[in-house]
Each structure stands twice: as C-alpha cells, then as structure tokens.
Design a binder for this molecule. Structure first.
Ligand code: PEP
Ligand code: MN
Length: 336
C-alpha cells in the first residue's frame, strides 16, 4: 500500500495515519524522496482503503500487492521522464541512444567516439572508467582521471555521460562528471550502493543481475527510489542460461514485462545481451519492437584493438547502420 502524503502535512497528522495503518496490522515505512513523501504499508489484511484515504494529510492511497511498490505502475500510471538537460530526455515514446566503448581508453579514443556520435546525432555516450572484470589481470579502467578527461571533451561537444559506479566511495568523486550513474550487473544487489545512490540528485540506470529475476531488478530499483531518488531507469542486459552459443541470453520478454510492471524507462543492452558483434543489430531491433525506451550499446573505432569486450563491439560503420535501422524500426513501432 502506498499512501501519498500532502506537502504540508503536520507531524500530528502523520502520526495519526501511522497509528491507524499500524492498527490494521500493516508495517509502515516512511519514505521521503526528492519529489514527494510517502508511507509504505506492508501487510495482508483486507480493509476498505476509504477508511484511511479520507484522513487529513493524505493526497492519495493505492493498493499495490507486489513486494516492490513505488516503482510499480499500479499506482503511478504516468511514465517517468528522465530529463538530462539541454533537451536530452529518456522517456516512453522516445528512443534514447547511448553508445560508446566498453572502456574509456585514451583521449584520442574519446575524441573519435564523440565525433562519431555527433555525426549521428547521438546525445549520450557510454563508457567504463571503473570496470568490473571477471579476471583481476584484465584492464580495470582509467578511474576518475579518465572520467575527468572524458567529461571535458563530452561537455564541449554537448554529449551526456553514462558510466558505471562500482562502490559507494566513488559516487561523490564522480558526481561532477556524470549525467547518469550506471549500476552494473554484478552490483544489482549491492544494497549499500543502491541506498547511497538514492541520496544523489542525478539519474541512475540499474542493470539486471547476471542471474537476477525481473522481480529482483524491480526490488533493486525500489531501494534507490525509497532512499530518495525517483530518477531511475532499468536495463535488460541478458541473463545467464544453459545456452553457450552466445555470451548471455537476451531476455526480450523482460522488456515487454517490465514495460507493463513499472513506470520507469526500460533500456536494452544488446551488446552484453548477446555478446557477439554480428548479432547485436538483430537483437537491438527486436528489443525496440518489444517496447524498449532506449538502447545502450558498444562501439569503438577499432573493436579488434579495444581493451575490453571487443568481440561484441561495433565499428563506426556498423554502428551508423545500426543507428539508422533503430530509428526506422522505432518509427515503425510507433506507427503500429
Ligand atoms: C558494461 O556496461 O560494460 C558492463 C560491464 O555491463 P554489465 O554490468 O551489464 O556486465
Ligand atoms: Mn562491456
């Protein structure tokens, strides 16, 4: 149950609502976000919500039966819109493109990718400066110095930055230089990290865990939302299955399912989803038809020389073809 509180609610009114809900055998949690104030009631007993809904200080009340509440579409039917400034939006009815290398490698590499994005009118650049690698001997990123270098070039070109944050201590040091914090698949259930990202006033993209369920992804988003940050989006990036012909199995079902369950934007990552360059395009196009609000994928001038994930990275020709096809498929979807 979500109780939306009025902006000017008094302490006394709040206490009375909590008493009433507690008497109904619901456990309440007070949530204050950057946009509003809520009381979340968790319990099973059925009751007439009008009894509570009429109380002073309540602007609305909703029954949500799932474990996740605030990210559910059952109470907030209007889709969440993420505004990155300068006219760059991530929202339903749009198709946000985020492209760039797996890892940020050098100033020269950054400049080449930015030129490619500008040419194709792509406004958001992806890239990792802190890389979660399966082996400790693989390239682990340029760190915050790399991020600063990247920010300088991207900002000058009007390009927004999405990059992965791996631990709590990195949030503050990265803050000035990021437009979207990415929570990687290996950190989807790092609840300390999620709690801290709830306190930040910048958007967060949460990737689905490698073996995580859709419900677990939604619950991870609930952590960030209930800790204060409503500026959130989800990302399907493929899951681990018994299939070994591809790196992961892109769960296209999840895109359609998430679009039904949550008001948050849903982004597809076909690069990690399939993990093989030749199949990134068909999988990306399928994700758009399934309802994705955006696509994030890997591109590099010379994928064969990339420090990480070269096997799934598109060169600029392939990337440009993909961008054009994605835009056509998006138009088709919207016209159906
Ligand atoms: C990445 O985006 O490069 C990445 C490491 O993704 P994931 O967390 O989905 O594996
Ligand atoms: Mn990668």
């Amino acid at each position: 149950m979500i109780i939306q509180l009025e902006k000017n609610i008094s302490t006394n009114q709040k206490a009375q609502i909590i008493d009433k809900v507690t008497a109904l055998k619901y456990k309440t949690t007070a949530v204050k976000t950057q946009k509003g104030e809520y009381l979340i009631g968790i319990g099973k007993k059925e009751f007439d919500i009008r009894n509570v809904g009429q109380m002073d200080g309540i602007s609305d009340i909703h029954i949500v039966s799932d474990d996740y509440q605030l990210v559910s579409k059952k109470w907030k039917v209007k889709p969440t819109v993420i505004d990155l400034g300068d006219g760059v939006m991530i929202e339903e009815g749009g198709m946000a493109l985020m492209a760039g290398p797996c890892s940020i490698e050098s100033e020269e590499q950054i400049d080449k990718v930015i030129a490619h994005l500008v040419k194709n009118n792509v406004k958001i650049m992806r890239g990792g400066v802190y890389k979660p690698r399966s082996s400790p001997y693989s390239f682990r990123g340029l760190g915050n110095d790399g991020l600063k270098m990247w920010y300088k070039a991207a900002n000058a070109a009007g390009i927004k930055i999405i990059t992965e944050v791996m631990q709590v201590s990195q949030i503050a040091e990265m803050y000035e230089y990021v437009d979207i914090y990415q929570v990687g698949a290996r950190n989807t259930q790092n609840f300390n990290l999620l709690d801290e990202l709830g306190k930040v006033d910048k958007p967060v993209l949460i990737k689905r865990g490698i073996s995580g369920t859709i419900e677990e992804l939604l619950s991870s988003a609930e952590y960030v939302f209930s800790a204060g940050n409503e500026n959130l989006m989800l990302c399907e990036r493929g899951i681990r299955t018994y299939e070994i012909a591809s790196r992961n199995t892109m769960d296209i079902n999840a895109i359609a399912i998430l679009k039904e369950k949550t008001h948050l934007p849903v982004i597809a990552d076909p690069s990690h989803g399939v993990g093989i360059r030749n199949f990134v395009e068909p999988v990306a196009l399928a994700c758009i038809m399934a309802g994705a609000d955006g696509v994030i994928y890997e591109t590099h001038e010379k994928p064969e020389e990339a420090y990480s994930d070269g096997q799934q990275t598109l060169n600029f020709d392939e990337s440009e073809k993909l961008i054009n096809k994605m835009r056509r498929v998006f138009e088709l979807r919207e016209s159906l």
